[in-house]
Design a binder for this molecule. Structure first.
Ligand code: HEM
Ligand code: HEM
Length: 218
């Protein structure tokens, strides 16, 4: 075993992405429950979530190593072997997302993408309509609105599981995953790839993603 060293797991853009996403998803939920004038905020935070998701998809191909899909999408073998030792307190540690966590990340990103895109076509039949609602037949808009409402529960289930997994790691496995999601680094004994990536490159992608969302909704 090599001496412990600090390895960068989460590049700055991935961390900023995560915490902005948390703030914006909470804003989306709170604003829609307030309703009325807060629906404008609901739509704006939804657009911002959409731009963040477009960024994250691109970042999954060209971001820091541990943020890349290729580094954390695993096959059934890895998942079964992970499940087999999940309750072992001294089991194998993972620098980036573990095999199960990797898939939960994909599911969260997909569910959020469904939520933000169906929102564009949603229609509450009172005062608020998404910017693309009148581009489709009314029946389509109402169907997408239903998906937007049902998917709320999918999102809640995924986020509750996500937080439960982090608490499980913290209390049971004595592994604090939140610290690296804030500060970026983990203490690691084995050889490992560093997760550095250019924040300027990320800023360019975010700008393009935001422009794309603007063009879609304007
Ligand atoms: C609305 C709520 C949340 C959503 C939608 C969400 C979503 C996500 C996503 C998409 C990732 C993957 C990051 C990436 O690779 O880009 C992630 C990872 C992570 N999230 Fe969250 N998150 C939420 C709340 C939280 C909260 C409240 C905490 C902690 C207090 C947290 C802690 C973490 C940690 C530690 C990771 C890294 C897990 C690992 O090491 O594999 N998240 N989250
Ligand atoms: C992450 C993004 C989003 C989340 C988490 C989210 C969440 C929700 C939830 C939970 C509801 C159901 C409220 C209820 O019936 O109690 C809702 C309704 C609605 N959302 Fe979103 N939303 C998002 C994005 C968007 C976007 C981008 C738009 C449009 C630009 C939008 C437009 C609407 C409309 C018009 C409704 C009312 C539909 C109805 O239930 O009658 N949402 N949203």
């Amino acid at each position: 075993m090599s001496p412990p060293r600090k390895v960068l797991v989460w590049d700055i853009p991935t961390r900023v992405f995560h915490w902005l996403l948390v703030i914006l998803v909470i804003t989306s939920f709170v604003s829609v429950k307030i309703g009325g004038n807060a629906m404008a905020l609901h739509m704006w935070s939804g657009y911002a979530v959409l731009a963040l998701l477009l960024f994250r998809i691109v970042w999954g191909f060209i971001g820091g190593w541990h943020a890349r899909f290729a580094s954390f999408i695993s096959g059934p073998g890895a998942i079964i072997s992970y499940l087999g030792q999940m309750l072992n307190k001294n089991g194998k540690k993972h620098l980036g997302h573990n095999p199960l966590g990797g898939w939960s990340v994909i599911l969260m990103l997909l569910a959020l993408l469904v939520q933000a895109t169906t929102g564009l076509f949603a229609n509450d039949e009172i005062a608020t309509t998404g910017p693309l609602a009148d581009r489709v037949a009314e029946s389509t808009s109402l169907l997408l609105t239903r998906i937007h409402r049902i998917n709320e529960w999918v999102l809640i289930a995924l986020v509750v599981t996500h937080i439960a997994a982090i608490l499980f790691y913290y209390f049971y496995k004595k592994d604090n995953l939140v610290h690296p999601m804030i500060w970026g680094r983990k203490t690691w004994h084995e050889d490992a790839r560093d997760g550095h990536a250019s924040s300027i490159k990320a800023a360019v992608i975010v700008a393009i993603a935001a422009a794309a969302v603007y063009l879609i909704v304007k």
